[in-house]
Design a protein around this ligand. Structure first.
Ligand code: FAD
Length: 356
C-alpha cells in the first residue's frame, strides 16, 4: 500500500504530465480511467487502486491542484459501482463501469411503486422471461431523473409463488425504448423533480440481470447500504453530475463547473436571482406542450439552448438567449404554470431593469 507521501507524489506527477485542457471531455475521462486515476477507490482489477477513502482524497486534492476536471459523479459511479463489485458478472462490471466513467452513461433508481414505498419488497412490477430477454410491465414512482437517464436500476417481481422477498430480481434496463413512458410529477412548488415511469412490455436483456434471478432482495440491500452514503460529497470524485457533453473541450466544462459552484456558493443579487429563475423556468418549460410540439425545438433551437444551459450553467449569453425565449412565450408559460411562474417572470424582468 502506498504511503500518503508517495501517493501524493505519484498523483501529482501524473496530473501535471497528463492534464491537457484542450482534450475533449471524453478523451480526458478515458485517459484518467485507463491510467487508474479516475476512481482510485475502486478495486485494482476495475481501473482503480483499491485506496481507502482518506488516500483517495489525496488523489482528488492533486487533481484539483492542477485544475483538472474530475470524472463523472452521481449515483452510477458512487452507488451502482459497489453493486457491480458485489453482484455483477465480469462482463456487466466492465460494460457499466466503462459506460458510466468514459461514455457518459447516466442512471436512476427504479425501486418505489405507488403501492410499494416503505414496503419495498412488495413491488408488483413484473418481469417475465422470454427467450434471451425479460418483459417488464408495471409502474415505478418518485423516479428522480428518469427523463434524462440512459438506463434504470430496476427491482421487479419474477416469481409470485414464493414469499415476497424471495420473488424479486434486479435489472439494469435501457430507458429509451418503446415500452417505457416517463411522465413528470408536478409538485406543489411547480417543479417536477420526480417522475412516474410506466412499463408496457419493456424489454431487458437476460445479460442485464444483476445478481441471481430471485436474488434481487440481496442486491437491493447492497444498494440501500450504499445509498445514504451517496449523498456524502466524499462519495463522489468531484466531477460533473448528470449528462456531460463528451465532445466539448474539457476546459469549457471546467469553467462551467467553476461558475456553477461559485454561483451556488456566493451568488447574490441579479446573478442569484437569474440562476434560480432560469433553472426553475427551464424545469417548467421542459413540461410544456409548447416545448414538445413538433417543429418548436427546431425553430427555436431549444434543445441546443437547454443543453447549453445545463452544460455551461450560467454563461451570460445563454442566459440572455434563454430569457429572450422565455419572455417571448411568457403568456403561454403563465397560462400553463399559473401565477407562480408569472410572478417569477416579473421578478426576473424587474431585476433586469434594475441592472440596466
Ligand atoms: C427526495 C426523494 C427522492 C426520491 N427518489 C427516488 C428515486 O429516484 N427512485 C425511487 O425508486 N424512489 C425514490 N424516492 C422514494 C423513497 O425512497 C421512498 O421509497 C418513498 O418515498 C416511500 O414510499 P411512500 O412515499 O409510498 O411512503 P409510504 O411507504 O406510504 O409511507 C408513508 C408514511 O408511512 C410510514 N410508514 C410506512 N410503513 C410503515 C409501517 N409499517 N409502520 C409505521 N410507519 C410506516 C412512513 O414512515 C411514512 O411516514 C424518493 C423519495 C424522496 C423523498
Amino acid at each position: 500500500m502506498a504511503t500518503e507521501d508517495t501517493l501524493r507524489d505519484e498523483a501529482r506527477s501524473w496530473y501535471e504530465a497528463n492534464w491537457d485542457p484542450d482534450l475533449t471531455v471524453g478523451e480526458w475521462f478515458r485517459r484518467m480511467m485507463e491510467d487508474r486515476w479516475a476512481y482510485p477507490g475502486w478495486p485494482e482489477q476495475w481501473w482503480g487502486r483499491g485506496l481507502p477513502t482518506p488516500l483517495a482524497k489525496v488523489v482528488r486534492e492533486e487533481r484539483r491542484r492542477v485544475g483538472a476536471l474530475g470524472p463523472p459523479s452521481g449515483i452510477g459511479p458512487s452507488l451502482l459501482s459497489h453493486m457491480l463489485f458485489a453482484h455483477g458478472t465480469d462482463d456487466q462490471t466492465r460494460r457499466y463501469l466503462w459506460g458510466m466513467a468514459v461514455e457518459g452513461w447516466v442512471t436512476c433508481q427504479m425501486l418505489s411503486e405507488p403501492d410499494a414505498g416503505s414496503d419495498l419488497a412488495g413491488v408488483r412490477t413484473r418481469a417475465v422471461r422470454d427467450g434471451d430477454e425479460w418483459v417488464v410491465t408495471g409502474s415505478k414512482i418518485w423516479t428522480s431523473n428518469a427523463d434524462v437517464v440512459d438506463f434504470g436500476m430496476l427491482l421487479a417481481r419474477t416469481d409470485w409463488d414464493v414469499p415476497k422477498h424471495a420473488g424479486l430480481t434486479f435489472f439494469l434496463i435501457r430507458r429509451e425504448q418503446p415500452g417505457i413512458e416517463v411522465r413528470p410529477l408536478r409538485q406543489m412548488t411547480g417543479d417536477a423533480k420526480f417522475n412516474q415511469v410506466f412499463f408496457d412490455e419493456a424489454r431487458v436483456a437476460a445479460d442485464d440481470v444483476l445478481g441471481p434471478v430471485g436474488g434481487g432482495w440481496a442486491v437491493n440491500r447492497t444498494f440501500l447500504a450504499h445509498e445514504k452514503n451517496s449523498f456524502n460529497p466524499a462519495a463522489h470524485e468531484g466531477g460533473p453530475f448528470g449528462r456531460v457533453p463528451l465532445d466539448r473541450p474539457v476546459h469549457e466544462v471546467v469553467e462551467a463547473e467553476r461558475r456553477r459552484l461559485s454561483a451556488g456558493a456566493s451568488g447574490r443579487g441579479i446573478g442569484k436571482t437569474l440562476s434560480e429563475q432560469v433553472v426553475l423556468f427551464v424545469q417548467a418549460l421542459r413540461q410544456l406542450d409548447l416545448f414538445k410540439a413538433p417543429g418548436v425545438a427546431e425553430t427555436l433551437d431549444w434543445a441546443a439552448a437547454l443543453s447549453e444551459l445545463d452544460a455551461v450553467a450560467l454563461d451570460p449569453a445563454t442566459v440572455s438567449d434563454t430569457l429572450g425565449v422565455l419572455l417571448k412565450y411568457q403568456d403561454d408559460i403563465a397560462r400553463l404554470e399559473g401565477s407562480k411562474v408569472k410572478e417569477l417572470l416579473d421578478e426576473v424582468k424587474a431585476d433586469l431593469r434594475a441592472a440596466e
